[in-house]
Design a protein around this ligand. Structure first.
Ligand code: 3H9
Length: 707
């Protein structure tokens, strides 16, 4: 049977309808743009056709160029022959009919049509910057003509998805249909209405909005300044701005040529390759390769959270933010009241900042119901346990949940390190139990680490993964190992950063290296934010359990002085009252010097590169152990965890992708050398050695079967 055509043209009376049908999201894969061009030419030549509609089959209009094609020897049509040019030359009105997403090349095609209509749930945007490139299909030239350069700059440098009603207000979309309207029928009716309109309204001809830039030429420098922090180390955001600047200063065709030049500088850049990798790594993480076929996640309509502390509150907010009613309970009435107060205060801060509307805050709050006991949550579809991180505190809760929850309820624990099997063992239904490790603050951080217990059923695991996605998280699977995957792989980094101090580094020096690398904050400043008392307690516990535990006396001394971080006004740094700015503290320098002298560690200076590699290579080595033990499916899952759990700079791909750019052999050789110098803690993992021997990139490492 011949393949179904990617693009088809049919006719509804005097209206031609071009349908793009390339599942799942109508990306502009090989042959799609060509198919649209062919259909356009046919429609233009057919005297029975007075106007045409361009529409997507399935769940979206067009999600953009095929990202898999970038960086390959993909076929490119020359300027003047691209679909946008053919649309510009169309002699009959073209109506883009948008549902789902019109992103990147999809919106660029829509903007090259004469009219755009959409259903209210549709979203449009130019997200190219998020994959390290710029809109290369005329988007940087047409969008400013539609919405003015200021809004265009904001949309193109952020890549945000704009809902159809807002797009209508901005002038991107001409009409939003009623929610219950049939898009195809609505678009055909619209096309019939404007079929005789002449001259055809081409976006390229509308220069009026560009005057804004002439009136205020400072807008380009202003946006460069405003993005400087988040665009650090990247080129794409700046090329986006240059391209919009070209739209405002050059005639349309020259602007398009400039857009092409700026696009070409980006397509194969390191940042674009890393960002493309991250895009696909995130989607890969959703796939659990060893689940029996046919198992489906359970649907859920509501949730309950046990524990109204900071984590429990953040988790409840995550459900409420995505429209789910959620009940929150705590053993003590005071804790529950405090928890609800904290939730309210968090939302109020967002309202104050302007990122949340007051009425939306009220809607979200109304979804969160504080309740007193287990009897009030028994019929919830999902319960997330988020109480104090102690086995003895959590165990009785699982026993109580086992009694209270309806059959089939998903029972997950937000533990960050405890053995999920022990918790499951407290219940008569270990198959329904899994870990759901949120990162702090739980309503903000995107990572959900789903922890697989020995008895968690495939349905439970798929349901927990799906639950994460439904509340806006990126779910990734981890085996049940101490610290699970994210924190376990991060552990050596946390030790190494303090060991560096013993050898002569200062916290501010390490932090500067990591911020220059791309982290939003340095690790010592993050420690001060989280509180140094937590680390002290966990080091004491570990030292008691393991006689070979590598102690961190400097960290212990700082915390033992009551320097717990921001909350006590001093930690690795000192803080002025009411101010979160970290100031280097001579007292800390003194503690470091004294302790190093007592330990007899010689002091020396470090290059930035050595600091960076000491921290990250230690984690690469541990990540390899995790893979070799079958506690993660793939290296790219670990990368996703670092991107979304720890703020690793996305344009560097992730821990393992970054290490691959250095080269697996060099990474191994350095680790082996440090093993000689420092001993056991740097012993290279077997998997790393094998990868180095065979020259296989870390991201292609074969993990042992997950268990
Ligand atoms: C561009 O347009 C450049 C232009 O300026 C022209 C230059 C000349 N390509 O995310 P999902 C796959 S750059 C290839 O799970 P959702 C995705 O990998 C592009 N594949 O669904 C997944 O595959 P699999 C600008 C793509 O509903 C499947 O589709 N556009 C593409 O959660 C489902 O995806 C963008 O950057 C693509 N463009 O979210 C938009 N898009 O099932 C990128 C998706 O094998 N896409 N796939 O894992 C997205 O943001 C989301 O996919 C979208 C749907 C919001 C559309």
């Amino acid at each position: 049977m011949p393949d179904a055509p990617l693009v088809r043209l049919d006719r509804d009376g005097d209206i031609g309808v071009i349908t793009v049908d390339y599942p799942p999201v109508n990306a502009l894969g090989p042959g799609v743009a060509e198919g649209i061009i062919e259909a356009l030419k046919k429609g233009n030549a057919d005297p029975a056709v007075r106007a045409m509609v361009l529409i997507g089959a399935g769940r979206s209009f067009i999600a953009g160029a095929d990202i898999r094609g970038f960086g390959t020897a993909r076929k490119r049509l020359p300027l003047g022959e691209r679909v946008y040019d053919i649309l510009d030359a169309a002699t009959k009105p073209m109506v883009a009919a948008i549902h789902g997403y019109a992103l990147g090349g999809g919106l660029e095609i829509a903007m090259a049509c004469h009219y755009r209509i959409a259903v209210p749930s549709a979203k449009v945007g130019l997200p190219e910057v998020l994959i390290g490139i710029l809109p290369g299909g005329g988007g940087t030239q047409r969008l400013p003509r539609l919405v003015g350069p200021k809004v265009a700059l904001e949309m193109i440098t952020s890549g945000r998805h704009v809902p159809a009603p807002e797009a209508r207000t901005l002038g991107i979309i001409d009409e939003v249909l009623p929610a219950d309207a049939d898009l195809r029928a609505g678009a055909i009716a619209y096309a019939r209405k404007i079929a005789a309109a002449r001259p055809l309204p081409r976006v390229r001809d509308h220069d009026e909005r560009l005057a804004e830039a002439k009136a205020d030429p400072g807008i380009f420098d202003a946006i460069r300044k405003s993005i400087a922090r988040r665009a650090r180390n990247q080129k794409a955001p700046y090329n986006c701005i240059l391209a919009v600047e070209a739209a405002c200063t050059l005639p349309f065709d020259q602007g398009i040529a400039r857009e092409q030049e700026l696009f070409a500088e980006l397509e194969n850049s390191d940042e674009a390759r890393a960002l493309r990798y991250a895009f696909f790594a995130e989607r890969e993480a959703a796939k659990l390769p060893d689940m029996p076929v046919g198992v489906k996640p359970r649907e859920f309509a509501n949730a309950a959270v046990v524990g109204a502390g900071t984590m429990g509150g953040g988790i409840a907010m995550s459900f409420a933010d995505f429209g789910y009613p959620v009940r929150i309970m705590d053993a003590s009435k005071e804790a529950l009241d405090r928890g609800m107060e904290r939730i309210r205060a968090n939302y109020a801060t967002s309202v104050k900042r302007g990122s949340l509307a007051q009425d939306e805050m009220e809607r979200r709050l109304a979804r969160i119901q504080p309740v007193a006991g287990y009897d009030d949550i028994g019929d919830a579809d999902i319960v997330v346990e988020a109480v104090f991180e102690e086995m003895d505190v959590k165990k009785p809760i699982f026993r109580a949940l086992d009694k209270a929850m309806k059959p089939g309820a998903l029972m997950v624990s937000n533990t960050s390190a405890l053995d999920i099997d022990q918790l499951a063992g407290e219940t008569a239904r270990p198959q329904d139990v899994a870990g759901a490790h949120f990162f702090s603050p739980a309503n903000v951080m995107k990572l959900l680490e789903v922890v697989r217990g020995a008895k968690s059923s495939p349905e439970t695991l798929l349901s927990t993964m799906a639950m994460g996605r439904k509340i806006g998280k990126l779910s990734a699977m981890a085996g049940n190992t101490d610290g699970f995957v994210a924190n376990r792989s991060r552990g050596p980094f946390n030790s190494e950063m303090v060991i560096l101090l013993e050898e002569g580094c200062l916290p501010e020096q390490v932090d500067k290296v990591m911020v220059d690398f791309g982290y939003p904050m340095g690790p010592f400043a993050v420690g001060d934010l989280a509180g140094l008392d937590i680390g002290l307690a966990s080091r004491k516990r570990r030292a008691a359990q393991n006689p070979n535990y590598r102690k961190l006396p400097i960290a212990d001394r700082v915390a033992e002085l009551g320097r717990y971080g921001q909350k006590t006004g001093a930690g690795w740094y000192r803080y002025e009252k009411g101010d979160r700015t970290p100031h280097p503290d001579p007292e800390v320098a003194r503690i470091i010097k004294e302790t190093a002298a007592e330990l007899g560690v010689p002091q020396r200076s470090f290059t930035d590169q050595e600091i960076l590699r000491r921290l990250l290579f230690s984690s690469v080595n541990e990540a390899c152990r995790i893979l070799e033990e079958g506690k993660a499916y793939r290296a790219s899952d670990i990368d996703v965890m670092w991107l979304h759990g720890f703020g690793f700079p996305r344009y560097r791909g992730g821990l393992m992708y970054w290490a691959d750019q250095i080269g697996v052999r060099d990474v191994y050789n350095q680790i082996a050398a440090w093993n000689q110098q420092y001993g056991e803690r740097w012993a290279p993992s077997r998997l790393l050695r094998e990868l180095a021997e065979s020259g296989t990139p870390l991201r292609e490492a074969k993990a042992a079967p997950m268990h």
